[in-house]
Design a protein around this ligand. Structure first.
Ligand code: C5P
Length: 313
């Protein structure tokens, strides 16, 4: 018996960042949109907790207890008094360290998969609690769609979306660490008066109407100057997509993935082709959203998999 859960990546259409709090986190007004790039997390009963990963970026994924999928299994098992003896396999398609919540997706995916495998009967609220303990973006990976995240991003209000938005994503040569980007934000804003972040009403209206032009005019990311300061080459990628006809270009979350909002699927393919030959990024993908959050896609016989495998003692 094994359970497979499909979990989407996210793009932040607004990332409003407040001043650092006493706990080091920042209050956010974080408008998430789930987009159709997915990881699949499969859990299978095993003698011990083990994580494996496949996919083009698999070598960059930690397979120890720092992996959010392992932490999710351990957190649920501990709450329910269950031995966390599962093999977690991550089929990774979301870029690693890319600002698209790939690690968070794996945490939410493993949690939903273990919950189904073990039949814990945990409520949605309890699962969301565990997600919030695992990381600020993990609850959104569970719920998907579109949502406003407040607090450190973990308190979610679902948002209405009136259509499908088309995107192109350009993955950068190297990753950026989220804490490092927030530290750079603190450095760049030192001595400034930072207002409390608030969701932009015009952006919420654009989402509700499904209007890409209006959404393009409202996209903002307060972490973008910090990401560009740490990774100045991203400016050339943003410019390339804009010149190719994107409605808007921005850094996705803490970066370094760059996101291009486009008019339709044809435009996405054209802009993706231009970015691919530009030499300003590593990999280019197209995706649209909103899409659903973590979803069980199969619960059945074990599939053959493994690639890299280390037991977690
Ligand atoms: O919550 P998560 O573990 O994903 O956060 C990773 C890091 O990002 C935190 O340790 C912190 O440095 C930074 N962060 C922040 N404010 C937030 C969310 C994350 O400063 N609201």
């Amino acid at each position: 018996m094994s359970v497979t859960v499909r979990v989407p990546a996210k793009v932040n259409v607004q990332l409003g960042v407040g001043a650092a709090r006493p706990d080091g986190f920042h209050d956010l007004a974080n408008v998430f949109l789930a987009v159709g790039l997915h990881d699949e997390v499969t859990v299978t009963p095993a003698d011990e907790l083990r994580v494996t990963c496949s996919g083009p970026d698999a070598a960059q994924v930690p397979l120890d207890r720092t992996n959010l999928a392992a932490r999710a299994a351990l957190a649920l098992a501990e709450r329910r008094g269950i031995e966390p003896t599962v093999h977690i396999h991550i089929a990774k398609d979301i870029p690693v360290a890319g600002g698209m919540a790939g690690g968070s997706a794996d945490g939410a995916g493993a949690l939903v998969a273990c919950d189904a495998l073990w039949g814990t009967g945990a409520t949605r609220a309890e699962l969301l609690d565990i997600c919030a303990e695992l990381g600020s973006d993990v609850p959104f990976s569970l719920v998907g769609g579109a949502a406003l995240g407040t607090g450190r991003g973990e308190k979610l209000t679902p948002l209405e979306v009136g259509g499908t938005f088309h995107w192109v994503f350009a993955m950068a040569e190297r990753g950026l660490s989220t804490p490092a980007v927030f530290r750079e934000f603190d450095r760049l804003t030192e001595g400034h008066d930072i207002p409390a972040p608030e969701a932009d009403p015009s952006l919420l209206t654009a989402l509700a109407k499904g209007d890409p032009e209006a959404l393009a005019a409202a996209l903002t990311n307060d972490l973008q100057p910090a990401a560009l300061s740490l990774y100045p080459e991203l400016a050339a990628t943003l410019r390339t997509g804009e010149r190719a006809g994107a409605l808007a270009a921005l850094v996705s979350g803490s970066g370094p993935t760059t996101a291009f909002l486009v008019r339709d699927a044809d435009s996405a393919n054209h802009i993706a082709a231009t970015l691919r030959t530009s030499g300003t990024c590593r990999v280019v993908r197209t995706a649209s959203g909103p899409v659903p959050g973590a979803t069980v896609v199969s619960a059945g016989q074990r599939r053959s998999m493994p690639v890299r495998s280390t037991p977690i003692g």
